[in-house]
Design a protein. Structure first.
Length: 68
């Protein structure tokens, strides 16, 4: 899990590779389950929150943009 640096949003990585972004502001979740297929091992936001990096146990690394 990782909190967004500027917004009330948390990113959660699951064992099946799903990434969930929960917004406390809107009380809504967005899920992405088509990118990773293995347990999420790392979630990190850049300091401005405009990018998020995720990685799974198989070594796949993804850079996400448009997060904030």
């Amino acid at each position: 899990m990782e909190w967004h640096p500027n917004q009330p949003t948390i990113a959660i990585g699951w064992e099946n590779g799903t990434i969930t972004l929960w917004s406390e502001e809107s009380k809504m979740a967005k899920e992405e389950c088509n990118v990773h297929k293995d347990k999420i091992s790392i979630i990190v936001f850049n300091p401005t929150g405009s990018r998020m990096v995720t990685a799974d146990d198989k070594g796949n690394v993804v850079v996400w943009r448009g997060i904030n």
